[in-house]
Design a protein around this ligand. Sequence first.
Ligand code: A2P
Length: 372
Amino acid sequence: MIDADNVYLSENKVSNRDKLLTLSTNLKVAIVGATGAVGKTLLELFDERNFDYGQIWLIASSRSAGQIIHHRGVNHQVYDLETFDFRGVDLVFSSAGTATSKNWGRRIAAQGPVVIDNTNAFRMEPDVGLIVPQVNSNQVLHKLKSRIIANPNCTTIPMVRALQPVHQEYSLNKLVISTYQAASGGGIAGLEQFTSGSQLVLDNPEAIPEAGRFQAPLPFNLIPRIDALLDSGFTLEEQKIAQESRKIMGLPKLNVTATAVRVPVMNCHSQAIYFECDSRLDYSRLTTILDDTGGIILYRGIGEAEGYPTPRGVSGSDHVHVGRVRIDPDNDRAGWMWVVSDNLRVGAALNAIQIAEDLIQSESSVLCASAY
Ligand code: A2P
């Protein structure tokens, strides 16, 4: 087993380590959506990864303005996005919902900072890079004229990380994906509605909890709809998975179709992925390349812990967990895998930080909005 992040760091970053330290200790950072589930995870990961900055501003809506968030021994006041001046900020992590990003993203970027946006607002825009550093970090600087980089959907990120090594070896041509997405994808409010609603039903089986952030009450239920329902009959979440995976992997003709389901799980999204390739699959080679890929933990056994990852088992992990790898007995160019990862970390905050780490080390010093 390989420790993904260390491999990733050592392969890509060591030569620039000194530059990283100099830049990052001066870096002026803001988090928009700092009071939310992804914003809080970003702060945790800043600590765990020793992500340095010179100054940080925590920003949310007027509802939270004036609140205090404690980080690295300092009490930070939360600022109101409406009145915040972004001039002089180098890097903005934005995770305050698609509507907020559509309203504010380009305006913030026009004031100087690079914006790493975690919403669906800009992902398919032609002038915005959609980046998963383990897959297409070579694209990070390509579209930076917009000064916005999009962080992909929380399901797409682990999916393309698990599939990229398969594609490199066998050439993917078709994907069929079923997702099992946790309540934390609905943010702090979604998590709270799920837990309080579950308690309500346990106390009184006749009670009907509120749907809240979801399309139907989530406790003891499955909801085969995430995000808007489109004229095509697919949901926006399903469309995102297809469009984003093609853009990130640079495979515009890849045949991708998905069903996305919200499940009564606190944290970690799971997915069953069926993949078809141009070449015949070899089980031993397939599992070896997955095992050798930085950031992936492969389960080769048959019991829980060895045989397959579960959402409860991997919550808090920074790896993509892959199990139940199988070759279709009726088609040796096709296979299945079961992929689980922490949607707040791997599917959101960790990817955003890894994009930032790539930017900080980029030769062109794009993160120089502020005066240094
Ligand atoms: P607030 O706490 O003030 O509502 P989550 O995904 O966990 O629900 O978090 C969403 C984050 O986005 C929160 O930090 C929330 O701030 C922030 N947010 C939501 N709407 C806006 C807005 N219109 N302007 C600024 N921040 C917003």
